[in-house]
Design a protein around this ligand. Structure first.
Ligand SMILES: Cc1cc2nc3c(=O)[nH]c(=O)nc-3n(C[C@H](O)[C@H](O)[C@H](O)COP(=O)(O)OP(=O)(O)OC[C@H]3O[C@@H](n4cnc5c(N)ncnc54)[C@H](O)[C@@H]3O)c2cc1C
Ligand code: FES
Length: 268
């Protein structure tokens, strides 16, 4: 059941790639499921009025069953810029946990594919999958090496390794992370994953979904949409599926099977 809590920030740290890590103080709240999100607002005046959605990047249960939340932030506009000026001690209004989370993979191995800040939900997913001793890999892409978000402190649980793709070839594979995904699936030496999780901008999700469908591998996507309420009321996050039906990202997603949104059949 989502709840609105006022939680002090314990720390704000650089997380690499121009991202910030916001670590909340432990609070008496319900633990989320990886892939769920929170509507977050800082102690600013009326503009922007509405909170902004953020995936839970990491969480841990600490003393007295209190839960400590962590968010990864990339600044893109006014709301994220204001959050980016936050410092330890200020209080955030945090509504959640909201939406659907990721399910465990059906088999022994899974890959996570992140476009830029799409890496945000994957530390929490890694923590959850690592306890089941499955092999987990991360493919992460950005325009340049300087924009690759930091992932060092969850790398130890990525037993299948980490591969980077950059559009300009400044680090790792030269091309998009979806090109890297397609290339890795064709490598004879790679064991096929039982599940692929993808998070990033919509064109990237759609392209990754097509690659997964072509390879016959289940693909779970975390969708992005502008959100006003996060609870199914404002209709601001509704997108169209390939069957011309409405999909309310905040309540039916943000995590869903890719073939709910995009056809898994190749275009005629
Ligand atoms: C479920 C969910 C989880 C998210 N998790 C994270 C996260 O963990 N870390 C993070 O940094 N960001 C995350 N985002 C994106 C984040 O919510 C937006 O970047 C933020 O709301 C932008 O607010 P703003 O006031 O800074 O920008 P605005 O001034 O509102 O917008 C700036 C630009 O970004 C575009 N934009 C705004 N919101 C979105 C959106 N949701 N999807 C696509 N384009 C958008 C606008 O069209 C505009 O072009 C998530 C979004 C969703 C829906
Ligand atoms: S954000 Fe309001 S309905 Fe989804």
């Amino acid at each position: 059941m989502p709840a609105l809590s006022r939680i002090p920030l314990e720390a704000v740290e650089e997380a690499g790639g121009g991202c910030l890590r916001l670590v909340c103080a432990p609070a008496s709240i319900v633990a989320p499921i990886p892939g769920q999100f929170y509507m977050v607002r800082g102690p600013w005046e009326a503009d922007p009025l509405l909170p902004r959605p953020f995936s839970i990047a990491r969480f841990r249960t600490v003393k007295d069953e209190q839960v400590q939340l962590e968010f990864l932030l990339r600044i893109v506009g006014r709301g994220t810029r204001l959050l980016g000026t936050a410092h330890a001690g200020i209080e955030l209004d945090v509504l959640g946990p909201l939406g659907n989370g990721f399910e465990q993979p059906p088999g022994d191995s899974a890959w996570m594919v992140a476009g830029g800040i799409g890496i945000a939900p994957f530390p929490a997913l890694t923590d959850a999958i690592a306890t089941s001793k499955r092999t987990l890999s991360l493919l992460v892409g950005a325009r340049t090496e300087a924009e690759i978000p930091g992932f060092v402190d969850f790398e130890t649980n990525l037993t299948g390794g980490v591969e980077i793709a950059t559009d300009d070839g400044s680090a790792g594979f030269a091309g998009t992370v979806v090109d890297l995904l397609a290339s890795r699936l064709q490598r004879a030496t790679e064991a096929r994953p039982s599940q692929i999780y993808v998070c990033g901008p919509h064109p990237m999700l759609e392209a990754a979904a097509a690659v997964c469908a072509g390879a016959g591998i289940p693909c779970s996507v975390s969708l992005e949409a502008p959100m006003g309420c996060g609870m199914g009321t404002c209709r601001g996050c509704v997108i169209q599926t390939f069957q011309d039906t409405n999909f309310t990202v905040c309540t039916e997603g943000p995590v869903t099977d890719a073939n709910v949104i995009w056809s898994s059949k190749p275009a005629p």
